[in-house]
Design a protein around this ligand. Sequence first.
Ligand code: FAD
Length: 271
Amino acid sequence: MKPAPFEYATPTTLDEAIALLATPGARVIAGGQSLLQDLRWRRTSASVLVDLARIDELRGVHDDGARVRIGARVRHVDLERGAVGGPLGRLLAATAGWIAHPPVRSRGTMVGSLCFAHPSSEWCGLAAGLDAAVELVSVRGRREVPVAEFLRDSFATTAAADELATAVLVPTLPDGTRVGVVESRRTHASYAHVAAVAARVPDGGSRLGLAGAAPTGTRAHAAEAALARGEDPGAAAAEHDADPREHPHASIPYTRHVAGVLVRRALQEAA
Ligand SMILES: Cc1cc2nc3c(=O)[nH]c(=O)nc-3n(C[C@H](O)[C@H](O)[C@H](O)COP(=O)(O)OP(=O)(O)OC[C@H]3O[C@@H](n4cnc5c(N)ncnc54)[C@H](O)[C@@H]3O)c2cc1C
C-alpha cells in the first residue's frame, strides 16, 4: 500500500521545526524506521512530515557529570559504537546491539523509539529503569518529563501533538557499575518478547528496567527492593513488576515467568 499524500519539510533550525509542528496533522520524522511503515500501511497519516535530519542542534551527546543528554538525532548505531563513555555508555552500547539489525540501527534513533513507545522497545525499558527524562519543546516553551510519566501506554506518550522531543536525559552510573542486558526474542528482525536491563551499582542501589513485560517500559522497583533484601529479584519481578497483556505467542503467566528469568540473568550477566 502507498501512504496517503503529505507535505515534506526539512527545517534547519529548532525554531523552524516547532513552528511547522504547530500545523494541524504535522508529524516529526526522525529515522523513519517505524513511522514509514505506519504511513505505508495507513495506520497513521500526516499533513506534513517535519524531518529532523538537517537540524544540527539535535545532534550529539553531552555529559554534564550527573546526566547524559542524548540528542534527538543520535541513532542506535552511535550508541552501539560508544558515543557515551563510562558504565552508562557500556549499558547503552550493549542495549543498542539487541535492537533489530544493522540497517535499522543505522537510521533509527533513541529519542524516536521513546516517542514511538513500543511496549518491547529496549530504550523504553532502559530509560524507565534508569529514571531518565525526555525534553519537549513547542511554540509554548520547553519542559522536561520523567520517562515514567512520558510513556502513557503502548504506542502512546503524554507529549502533545505539536511537541518535539529534543533529547533524552539519562542519569550517569557511578564508576565500577557493572551492566547486563538480556532478551527473549524469536528473530533479530522482530521485537523482543521481553528484555531486561541491569546496572549493579558498587555500593548497592542496583537499577533494573524491563521491556515487553507491561504495556510500557518499566523500572522493576519490586525486583530492586528484593535484591536489596537478599531475596529473589526474579520472583518479585514476575509477581509485582510485570503487568503483561496477552501476546500472540505468549500467555500472561508465561510472560511473567520470562520476565523473572530475564531479571535474574541480566543480574548474573552484570555480576
Ligand atoms: C524490522 C524492524 C525491526 C525493529 N526491531 C526493533 C527492536 O527490536 N527494538 C526496538 O526498540 N525497535 C525496533 N524497531 C524500531 C526501530 O528501533 C526504530 O528506529 C524506532 O522505533 C525509532 O524510530 P525512528 O527513530 O526511526 O523514528 P520514526 O520512525 O521517524 O518515528 C517514530 C514515531 O516517533 C515520532 N518521533 C520520532 N522522533 C521524534 C521526536 N524527536 N519528537 C517527537 N516525535 C518523534 C514520529 O512522529 C513517529 O510517530 C524495528 C524496526 C524495524 C523496521
